[in-house]
Design a protein around this ligand. Sequence first.
Ligand code: B12
Ligand code: SF4
Length: 312
Amino acid sequence: MKTISTTLIELPATADGRLYGKLSDDIYSFFRLPSRATDLLTAIAIKAGYNDTIALNPSFNKARGRFTLPQMKRIAASDVVGISTITRTAPQSYELADYIKRANPKAKVIIGGPHASALPEEALLHGDIVVTNEGDHTFVELLNHMANGGDLHGILGIAFKNEAGEITRTPKRSFLTNEELSNLPFPIYSKNVLDGITHVVINTSRGCPYACEYCAVIENFGREFRFMDIERTIELIQHTLAQTRKTVFFGDDNFAASPKRAKTLLEEILNRGIKMPQADFPDRDRGTNAAGVMHRDVSLGLLFHGISDQVA
Ligand code: B12
Ligand code: SF4
């Protein structure tokens, strides 16, 4: 197997959408969170044997939002550069992809995330391959492809340009099952990230059974609510808290989509005496008093209620 050097990047939001533009100054500036996908994808690549994989998040550099010289060198020497996008960070991500293609033409630029998933044709104007929807398995298959060769047509859930320059989309990949979610490795955070964050994000489930028409979650992660088993979730919480005592932000699409599971999880946190630093997360309570247990007993605070709560 060929050794591959892989660098994963998520860029911060900027006021003008430029790569090195002024960083956005909004409510999210109060919270400094790790990247959504890159620390998890790094762990997944390393578990698959691609040890030379790192995630860069320039938000945590001294010059916030700007790459350091060693990071620029790393990007310029990488075989694969993966960029994670939401709509808010897409323009600067494309600017970065164009820069990488000029500075390091041999690198394969892979773009993923909710924005590229929704508009793969747009992302392919800048990257070589777009990963749509969940990338956990797709990313490993792409790295296998880079290492061993093979036919991209056999990899589900991607878009790329064929030799004639035409855009090819392979069939969608099934969403991860509960068991597959439970078997994912835990995200690997660099010291830079652990030192820089104000909150750490823990995701215990994916998908949402509702269907608010403006929401990208359903398109990206599906309507079937999938979740890690309780034991694995507790392990993830303990593993994360052993690295940092920063406040936990549960980033699940809909943490309490199964109120019963939410309550069981909270009770397990209590029963095992896990001391949670004060935390925030979205909730859909539906009469189970999960929110009450959170506030009163597990000392979790600040729920993020979606607008959907008023309209659903
Ligand atoms: C938690 C969360 C937040 C948190 C914290 C984010 C964080 N750093 O963790 C907070 C509250 C801060 C937040 C803020 C915002 N958010 Co938000 N957020 C989420 C949520 C619920 C989970 C994110 C997450 O951790 N996902 C888990 C990771 C693993 O999933 P992922 O990033 O999609 O990655 C997977 C795939 O996409 C793919 N992938 C992703 N990148 C890459 C890259 C490569 C190379 C590959 C191969 C694969 C790949 O593989 C991954 C594993 O399967 C998502 C919903 C969702 N389901 O994603 C919305 C979501 C991402 N947010 C969204 C939005 C709109 C915002 C805001 C712009 C809100 C606003 N209107 O101001 C802000 C932006 C703030 C900012 N400065 O960036 C939208 C984005 C839609 C879009 N068009 O891009 C989403 C999808 C929700 C929605 N309702 O539609 N958000
Ligand atoms: S309840 Fe929330 S996550 Fe679910 S579809 Fe509506 S806005 Fe999206």
